[in-house]
Design a protein around this ligand. Structure first.
Ligand SMILES: Cc1ncc(COP(=O)(O)O)c(C=O)c1O
Length: 393
C-alpha cells in the first residue's frame, strides 16, 4: 500500500462537480477579487464559528499579522505564545515588531499551559496567543480569566482547529480575535492559500478590513480618526478625506482571498461537519485499536471536542516507528520537529535546549499518521497492523 499522510486530491474527488462548478462560475463572471462570493463566505464562516465579523485575507499567517496590527501590538510589546506550533504563530508576532515569549504546553493536551502563561506576564505583555493545536481547543476559560485579570488581549491561532467545539459549542471565537488558515490540508482547506480573521469587535474588524488593502478606504479613515481620538490629538484638518481605495490612511498589506477560493470554500463549508465527523471516527478507531499498547493516543481535553486536523501518537521510539511505517508505505511525520524556541530565526531570543521540556520531548516522541476523512477502512486497518508490527522490531 501507499498511503499519504494527507490526501487533498481524494477530498476533491468526493464533491468534485460542486467545487468545479463554483470555480467555473467565478471564472466566467470576471469578478476575481472581492465581490459577492467573498462577502458571502465571510458572512457564512463567521456565522459557522460564532463571530460577528469575518475579514478574509491571503492566508493564516496574514490573519495573525492583521489581528496583531489591528490590536495595536508592535515594537516593545511582548506576546506570550507556545513553541509547540507551526513557525507562523510566532513569526507573525515578530513580523509586527513585537517579541514572542514562549511557554510550555500541557503534557496531555499539547496546548498552552495557562499557569505558565500567567507566570510569564511582564509589564510589557500585551497579549496571549494560544494555538488550538492539532484541532484541540485550549483551556479558554482559564486563558480568558488570566487575560481579563491582567488587561491583556487574547488572540487565538485557530489555523488547525476550524470546526472544533468547546463546551459543546463551536467556539473558536472565545478570544478577542481568532485567526484561521484555509491552507489546502486544513479541516476546511481551499485550493490555494486563504485565511480569515474573526472578531466581535468592530474596531478590530474595521482596522483589519483596511490593513488588508493597503490601509485604504473608509475603514482606514475611520481607524486613523480613532487612533487620533485615543491619543487625544486633533485630527488634521488638511487630511485628504476620500473613501476610495486610492486614499490610504494606514501602512498595510495586500492580502486578499480570491473569489475562486471563496466560492470553493462556500461549498466545502457545507460539508465541514461531515469531514470532521470522518476525522473523529478514524481517531476513535485508532484509539480503540491501540489501547493497551505502548503508544500514547491523543487525549481529548475535558471541554473540547477535538477535530483531529492531526492525529499524533507518542512513543519513546518514534523515529524507529516512523522508519518502519515509511518502509511499509504509510506516510507519517512529526509536527513539528524543531520547536520554535530552538529555531535559528529566534536564536537572538536566547532560549536553550531544556527551557521547555514538555515541548522538546514531544518534538522527539510524537508522530502524525493519516486521519483524513476519506481514508478507506482497509487503509486504516493496514496502518493499525503496521503500527502493531513496529512495536515488535
Ligand atoms: C498553527 C498554525 N498557525 C498558522 C499557520 C499559518 O497558516 P498559512 O499557512 O495559511 O499562512 C498554520 C498553517 O500551516 C498553522 O498550522
Amino acid at each position: 500500500m501507499d498511503i499519504s499522510l494527507m490526501n487533498i486530491q481524494r477530498q476533491h474527488e468526493v464533491h468534485a462537480k460542486e467545487y468545479e462548478e463554483a470555480a467555473l462560475g467565478v471564472l466566467r463572471s470576471g469578478g476575481y477579487i472581492g465581490g459577492a462570493e467573498v462577502a458571502a463566505f465571510e458572512e457564512e464562516f463567521a456565522a459557522y464559528e460564532g463571530a460577528k465579523y469575518g475579514i478574509s485575507c491571503g492566508n493564516g499567517t496574514d490573519a495573525l499579522v492583521l489581528a496583531l496590527r489591528a490590536l495595536g501590538i508592535g515594537k516593545g510589546d511582548e506576546v506570550i505564545t507556545v513553541s509547540w506550533t507551526f513557525f507562523a504563530t510566532a513569526e507573525s508576532i515578530a513580523a509586527v515588531g513585537a517579541t514572542p515569549v514562549f511557554v510550555d504546553v500541557c503534557a496531555d493536551t499539547y496546548c498552552m499551559d495557562p499557569a505558565l502563561a500567567e507566570a510569564a506576564i511582564t509589564p510589557r505583555t500585551k497579549a496571549i496567543l494560544p494555538v488550538h493545536f492539532y484541532g484541540q481547543s485550549c483551556d479558554m476559560d482559564a486563558l480568558r480569566r488570566i487575560c481579563k485579570k491582567h488587561g491583556l488581549y487574547l488572540v487565538a491561532d485557530c489555523a488547525q482547529s476550524t470546526g472544533t467545539t468547546y463546551r459543546g459549542e463551536r467556539r473558536n471565537t472565545l478570544g478577542d480575535v481568532s485567526c484561521f488558515s484555509f491552507f489546502p490540508t486544513k479541516n476546511l482547506g481551499c485550493d490555494g492559500d486563504g485565511g480569515m480573521v474573526l472578531t466581535d469587535d468592530e474596531a478590530v474588524a474595521r482596522a483589519c478590513r483596511s490593513l488588508k488593502v493597503h490601509g485604504s478606504g473608509k475603514d482606514g479613515l475611520w481607524t486613523l480618526k480613532r487612533e487620533y481620538a485615543q491619543k487625544n490629538m486633533p485630527f488634521p484638518e488638511n487630511m485628504p478625506d476620500g473613501e476610495s481605495k486610492y486614499y490610504n490612511y494606514l501602512i498595510g498589506y495586500n492580502s486578499r482571498l480570491d473569489a475562486i477560493q471563496a466560492a470553493i470554500l462556500r461549498k466545502k463549508l457545507t460539508h465541514l461537519d461531515e469531514f470532521i465527523q470522518g476525522r473523529r471516527k478514524n481517531a476513535a478507531l485508532y484509539n480503540a485499536a491501540l489501547q493497551g499498547t505502548e503508544y500514547t493516543t491523543p487525549a481529548e481535553a475535558k471541554d473540547s471536542e477535538h477535530s483531529y486536523y492531526i492525529y499524533a501518537l507518542k512513543h519513546p521510539g518514534a523515529q524507529a516507528v516512523m522508519e518502519k511505517l515509511k518502509q511499509k508505505g504509510v506516510s507519517c511525520g512529526t509536527y513539528y520537529p524543531v520547536p520554535l524556541h530552538l529555531q535559528g530565526a529566534f536564536a537572538q531570543l536566547g532560549y536553550r535546549e531544556g527551557d521547555l521540556p514538555v515541548t522538546e520531548e514531544l518534538s522527539k516522541t510524537t508522530f502524525a499518521i493519516p486521519v483524513f476523512p476519506e481514508l478507506y477502512d482497509e487503509e486504516r486497518s493496514y496502518i493499525i497492523q503496521v503500527l502493531k508490527e513496529a512495536l515488535h522490531g
